[in-house]
Design a protein around this ligand. Structure first.
Ligand SMILES: [Zn+2]
Length: 248
């Protein structure tokens, strides 16, 4: 099993929906791979944070009935679906509603400066990735694998460098959409924390080095180098994040 496969299976395993063979293979990989072990730990923590911190609202019975009725299934399958997925479905719908509400708040909040709005978007992107468990599209600690992966997906070449020697190993990359830009995201790790580095070309207006900010417990620190904007988002300490940004 490779890291990409392991990371696909971790959320399924956490939901107790992985079969015994899959669990055994995943356990063997996680046992031998520190990055995937950290990934699993971080996913479990994110889930626990949602369980502990999110507000839950019971959906009306009529909605439940409408969804169950809409499912193309026999009476027997209705029972199985209700028994097996009943509470998980509602937990997920609630979590998605919370995420959507947070996103709407971010998008419609008036009177924020452009920088503040951008930072809120970046934090929302980071939180959305953690919530939906879509943190990484390409899992690799090799900059020569992650950097070319962006070719053809974005119309610029994001500088990606492994910083494992400095205690910030590269763990992969993904795409995101921020401020009307399709952006590259290089994902790094610091102990059990993930650091997202959003990268896109500067186009004059946003050349200024943004001031560090903190929102919803996440720090955002940015800089512009050689016409490329870097903004790092993470819940690591702001000192560590600023040390990390200096290395970029
Ligand atoms: Zn691995």
């Amino acid at each position: 099993m490779d890291c990409n496969e392991a990371r696909r299976l971790v959320p399924i395993s956490i939901d107790c929906e992985l079969d015994a063979q899959g669990e055994a293979a995943l356990a063997a990989h996680v046992e031998s791979c520190a990055a995937c072990r950290a990934f699993r730990h971080q996913q479990e923590e994110a889930l626990a944070a949602i369980h502990d911190g999110a507000t839950y609202h019971r959906a009306p019975t009529s909605l439940r009935e409408r969804i169950v009725t809409a499912l193309p299934a026999t009476d027997q399958r209705h029972k199985v679906i209700e028994r097996k997925f009943g509470w998980q479905l509602w937990t997920r719908i609630s979590a998605m509603a919370v995420a959507c509400a947070a996103l709407v708040l971010v998008l419609v909040l008036p009177r924020l400066s452009i920088d503040e709005r951008l930072d809120d978007e970046l934090v929302a992107g980071h939180a959305r990735a953690l919530l939906t468990r879509h943190v990484i599209d390409i899992a690799s600690s090799d900059q020569h694998t992650v950097k070319p992966w962006f070719n053809g997906k974005v119309d610029f070449s994001p500088p990606v460098r492994d910083l494992a020697d400095h205690g910030f190993p590269l763990v992969g990359g993904r795409l995101d959409y921020v401020d009307h830009h399709l952006v590259a995201v290089a994902v790094y790790q610091r102990r059990q924390h993930l650091i997202d580095v959003f990268i896109w070309p500067a186009d004059g207006a946003d050349n200024a080095n943004a001031k560090p900010s903190t929102s919803q417990g996440y720090h955002v620190i940015g800089k512009t180098v050689n016409g490329m904007i870097f903004r790092a988002v993470s819940d690591v300490g702001s000192d560590e994040l600023s040390q990390f940004v200096d290395l970029l």
